[in-house]
Design a protein around this ligand. Structure first.
Ligand code: PLP
Length: 388
């Protein structure tokens, strides 16, 4: 049977985070009292207006194919959001594609532009799916390890040596999963300089852009006019509107790139689900819900970080965005993987070992705060009890 499998996916494993969520579900089904902090999705319900709009779309019979790049009304709203919130100019007619999830938008970009022999710069740590998605295309991910002691800051010195003649794409993500970092103006400028000088495309994954703390702003690389035509901006509704199961994302890119991606998109999926697109129109009237969720995450972060730092061995910075804390942890000479197993076995709390996000994560763990404060309090109580 092995000979039937595409070489590019031999060795591909399911995302470890999904696997961990499965372990937690299984343990719970067996009656064990497990608190899972590996959650990569909002614990809030999708805003009611969006649900009502979905019902309405079904009842109005808006359940057939729609234009491949997405319904024009939604592309227009997305273009307005991109302009007002991110200062990104995208023509709704020709520079936006609505996709089934942001993940598919990333896949679509990689699939359209990469082939055997190409190299793609991926940062370490980074979201679990970038490297596997690059490998699916036959291209090779080239890892740039960021320094935890330097708060995972992006520097010219780190990036430049990784660029070769084969480099075609660089993928970045801010606000970042797992580190919680949000790019500063200086980091965006470094990216802009590098993309302007080299013949490479930049994929900028901004799916957590509505969850940013302490008055910081999301700076979209595509807002810098010099590189705008070389940036593919990725976003979606999963994290901002608690719509993970609806599967709706989008990308914005220059006309020519969009045309190429649209070709692939229409052959592979035809279009993103029609009724979900109609429902998403209502998402633009849910700014209060989006803000309330972000301020709830901020409260949880403000509880969680000092509570973690009070446990011997934990060293946690305040995440600047997204809903993950990414502390380093030291306990009895164990690596983070062993510490996670120890905590799961002895405290019944599931957290994600940093190695899942790259080799540099050997001593880090990711703790999701997309869960209630009472769950976080109980988890902290249990972890403190077993690590003391
Ligand atoms: N990008 C990052 C950094 C993520 O963390 C996730 C989901 O966990 C996605 C993309 C995928 O989002 P979607 O649900 O829109 O496919």
């Amino acid at each position: 049977m092995k000979r039937f499998i595409n070489n590019n996916i031999a060795g591909l494993e399911p995302p470890r985070t999904v696997e961990l969520m499965g372990i937690a579900a299984k343990m719970k089904a067996e009656g064990r009292d497990v608190i899972s902090l590996v959650i990569g999705e909002p614990d809030f319900d999708t805003p009611l207006k969006i649900k009502e709009a979905a019902f309405d779309a079904i009842l109005r019979g808006l359940t057939h194919y729609v234009p491949a790049p997405g319904i024009p009304e939604l592309r227009k709203k997305i273009a307005e959001k991109l302009f007002e919130y991110d200062q990104v100019i995208a023509d709704p007619e020709s520079e936006i594609i609505v996709t089934p999830g942001a993940k598919f938008a990333i896949y679509l970009s990689l699939m359209t532009f990469l082939q055997d022999g190409d190299e793609v710069i991926v940062l370490d740590p980074s979201w679990v799916s970038y490297k596997p998605l690059v490998k699916l295309t036959g291209a090779t991910p080239v890892t740039v390890a960021l320094d935890p002691d330097d708060n995972y800051r992006l520097t010219r010195e780190k990036l430049l040596p990784a660029i070769t003649k084969k480099t075609k794409v660089m993928i970045v993500n801010s606000p970042n999963n797992p580190t919680g970092r949000v790019f500063t103006e200086e980091e965006i400028q470094i990216l802009a300089d590098i993309v302007a000088k080299h013949d490479i495309l930049l994929i900028s994954d901004e799916v957590y852009d509505s969850i940013i703390f302490d008055g910081r702003n999301n700076i979209s690389p595509a807002s810098i006019s010099e590189i705008r035509d070389k940036v593919i901006t990725i976003n979606g509704f999963s994290k901002s509107h608690a719509m993970t199961g609806w599967r709706l994302g989008y990308l914005a890119a220059n006309k020519e790139l969009t045309r190429a991606m649209l070709n692939v998109h229409s052959h592979v999926v035809t279009c993103a689900p029609s009724l979900v697109q109609y429902a998403a129109l209502a998402a633009f009237e849910c700014q209060d819900d989006v803000k309330n969720m972000a301020s709830e995450y901020a409260k949880r972060r403000d509880y969680l970080v000092p509570a973690l730092n009070a446990i011997p061995g934990f060293d946690c910075r305040y995440p600047e965005g997204a809903f993950y804390a990414y502390p380093r942890v030291h306990f009895k000479g164990m690596n983070a993987m062993q510490i996670c197993s120890y905590i799961l076995e002895n405290a019944g709390v599931l957290i994600t070992p940093g190695a899942v996000y790259g080799e540099g994560g050997e001593n880090s763990v990711r703790i999701s705060f997309a869960t209630s404060i009472s769950n976080l309090e109980e988890a902290i109580r249990r972890i403190s009890a077993v690590l003391r």
